[in-house]
Design a protein around this ligand. Sequence first.
Ligand code: GLY
Ligand code: MN
Ligand code: MN
Length: 428
Amino acid sequence: MRHKPIKSKLFLQNRKRIAELMAPKALAVINANDVLPTNADGTLPMQPNADLFFLTGIEQEESILVLFPDAADEKHREILFVRQPNEQLQIWEGYKHTKADARKISGVKNVKWLSEFPVIFRSLMCEVESAYLNSNEYKRANVEVQTRDMRFIRQCQTDFPLHRYRRLAPLLHELRVVKTDLEIELLKEAVSITAKGFRRTLRFVKPGVVEYEVEAELAREFIKRRGKFAYTPIVAAGKNNCVLHYLQNDQECKKGQLLLMDVASSYANYNADLTRTIPVSGKFSRRQKKVYNAVLRVLRASIEGATVGKLHKDWTKEAQNHMNEELLELGLLKKSQIKKQDPDSPACRKYFMHGLGHPLGLDVHDVGDNNKPFASGTVLTVEPGIYLPDEGFGVRLEDDIVVTEEGPINLMEKIPIETDEIESIMGR
Ligand code: GLY
Ligand code: MN
Ligand code: MN
């Protein structure tokens, strides 16, 4: 674990919250993620399961949490199963949680070895009226491999065919979309690490550096501060500004170009999500500055517009209307194009073709129902852009905010964004 210990209160709170949403006499099972294979005997670094982490703080592979709030025996209300450390594991992989460690991290009193799971689970299943099982219900997820959760669901259906099964995902989404203060603290740390990385690039970028060298500077800053890339970094110079999911990061940054960096750190599994667009030579051209400031105005208005009770689709519509006006001013759209636009595909989509923002948290595109109005505690990204491949550049700016009753809080307020400030830091 690279992050500092987290108060188990965070996870206790979350288990209490989910217990309140569960039907009577039901249990819930949450599995760790699989360690995914690559080639030969290779594996990807283990990505902790966000839901298991949310409820326990446990990141270790093969762990299982069982919640049974109405269990007759108090010991069965929360049980955490972890792999039993042994000599072979110790030699090859090193540290694995002891029961005491798992108890301390999660606050779950009853910690068992994984080998005990089948017998205990069978006995609990004979007591319950229904079972909540977990699965990835993210709308745009494209899951081509069978997940551990899915194998578990199939196994349960085989072993207990007459049970009633329920979906745990909607309950978890409902809770995870609204962040508690303890979660916001972790997000703030991710943002703080991200800010330091970005400031480092302002001192580093100049004509002749290669995109991957910029990536390396960011990695150095993030990793030494207990962070890591929250997602595959986008470091895109010149016309690559306009490739929304540019990942090659292998081109030289040239004088006169802009460098778009959609790069952020995570901390303790909580993700920041930042985009800044800076001039490679330290000075924006007049045209670049005009386009940049148009994006900045839409960003600022959209931050202000992210208020409690607003629907995501209305928030987006406001930004699109604003963007239409900016594009008109820039000479990129004509009044007639706006007038006859298809409301489902507004004129600005030619230059601003992606979403305005998304929930952020334990996942970068975090879970949450987009059809529900913003609640206080919702964390969102705000990320307008204008992409002009014909002019050889594009601008995207992205901040992370918390929606509150008192208005939005910009977690990235201190990360340089004004053209003057960026030019002044780069000129030093
Ligand atoms: N970095 C991913 C996104 O902005 O959505
Ligand atoms: Mn981003
Ligand atoms: Mn984003």
